[in-house]
Design a protein around this ligand. Structure first.
Ligand code: SF4
Length: 366
């Protein structure tokens, strides 16, 4: 039994009750709820679903990020990461990357590899790295490449996306992260990252990965020139694909940050907008098991707050190994958290910290 919801707007009340009854809401209903629901209503609905799906649990893992290069054949307007003309960049060698994994310590369970789309590197170049990583640390989970990297490195090796993914899997790829989705709406996508793969191509890479038994994550980038309809339409396409494949583990809303990129003239959205985006994601994505707050991007305090607005995953300890958001002006300029800090942060929000592996098997309960 749920409390009578005191909402004067009849349509809003119907949608809220539909959510509470465990029924799926449509795209139009999602947009209506987003436009008209206040923070307390969205929070109540999102938290109810969060607790039904995941109880009081809040997941994290011990991970290392490696960004092999910031050289990129693309120049997405929202991106602060790729090497601009006249800037110093980096290109780690295969040996350097393997060395980073060796030096990371035996408690790290996952290596997360994403970076720029290098003009020359292909499936076999990265495959050699995977082979050596697995030989040094057979138990480590390799989560690597955004969909646009997979398309490019497959093409560069003369392969289809399916062949590229299958070959990467044979080399040691275990899962793929969710980056590169940005915003699926064709018009908005054209304006912020018109050169890169289309929405259809992103979805096809993930569908193919799922068909090959490679799980993945999904993201969006919100808070630039899109509106609520574009945000819900984006997660609607993800929900449709998840119905077909059930291969996504988690959805991660990513906030547009406005330092050092071509959209720097845009203001960043408020914390209220952040919280609403996370809550709507939890409400709408009824077939996604988890919603993650990527704390190096959103900041640890807001991530902690989001644990009451649908979020049940805190990403990992990271170990100061990512530059993607620090270059865009994130609060966390050197993101690193010890396991003790992570556990305390989660406990302070009244939640139960659970260390997980990359596919949400429980490693340790705190
Ligand atoms: S978002 Fe990715 S693909 Fe686009 S420019 Fe940045 S690194 Fe390159």
């Amino acid at each position: 039994m749920y409390p009578e919801i005191l909402i004067s707007d009849e349509k809003l009340k119907q949608i809220a009750n539909k959510v509470l009854d465990g029924n799926r809401i449509s795209l139009d209903e999602g947009v209506y709820l987003y436009d008209n629901g206040d923070l307390s209503l969205l929070g109540f609905l999102a938290n109810t679903i969060r607790e039904r799906k995941n109880g009081n649990n809040t997941y994290f893992n011990r991970n290392l990020h490696i960004e092999p290069t910031n050289t990129c054949v693309y120049a997405c307007k929202f991106c602060s990461y790729y090497k601009k003309k006249g800037e110093d960049g980096w290109e780690y060698s295969q040996d350097q990357i393997v060395e980073m994994v060796r030096n990371a310590g035996s408690d790290i369970t996952e290596v997360h590899i994403v970076g720029g789309v290098h003009p020359k590197w292909d499936v076999h170049y990265y495959g050699e790295i995977f082979k050596q990583i697995k030989s040094a640390r057979p138990d480590i989970h390799i989560k690597a490449f955004t969909a646009v990297e997979i398309s490019y490195i497959s093409k560069r090796a003369g392969m289809s996306v399916r062949e590229g993914l299958q070959t990467l899997k044979e080399y040691g790829l275990d899962s793929i992260p969710g980056g590169g989705a940005e915003i699926f709406d064709e018009e908005i996508r054209k304006q912020i990252c018109g050169q890169k793969d289309t929405a259809e191509q992103w979805l096809l890479v993930h569908q193919t990965a799922h068909e090959l038994g490679i799980p993945s994550n999904a993201t969006n980038i919100y808070g630039h020139i899109e509106n609520n309809w574009h945000r819900v339409e984006h997660i609607n396409r993800l929900r449709d694909l998840q119905d077909k494949t059930n291969g996504f583990n988690v959805f991660i809303p990513l906030k547009f940050k406005n330092k050092n990129n071509e959209l720097s003239y845009l203001p960043e959205v408020s914390i209220i907008e952040d919280v609403k985006m996370y809550a709507m994601s939890r409400i709408y994505l009824d077939n996604f098991p988890h919603i993650k707050a990527y704390w190096p991007m959103i900041g640890r305090d807001i991530a902690q707050l989001l644990l009451s607005f649908g979020v049940d995953d805190f990403d990992g300890t990271i170990n100061d190994s990512t530059k993607i958001y620090s270059r865009a002006g994130a609060n966390e300029q050197s993101p690193a958290m010890t396991t003790d800090e992570m556990v305390e942060l989660i406990k302070a929000a009244g939640r139960k910290p659970i260390e997980r592996d990359s596919i949400y098997n429980v490693i340790k309960e705190y």
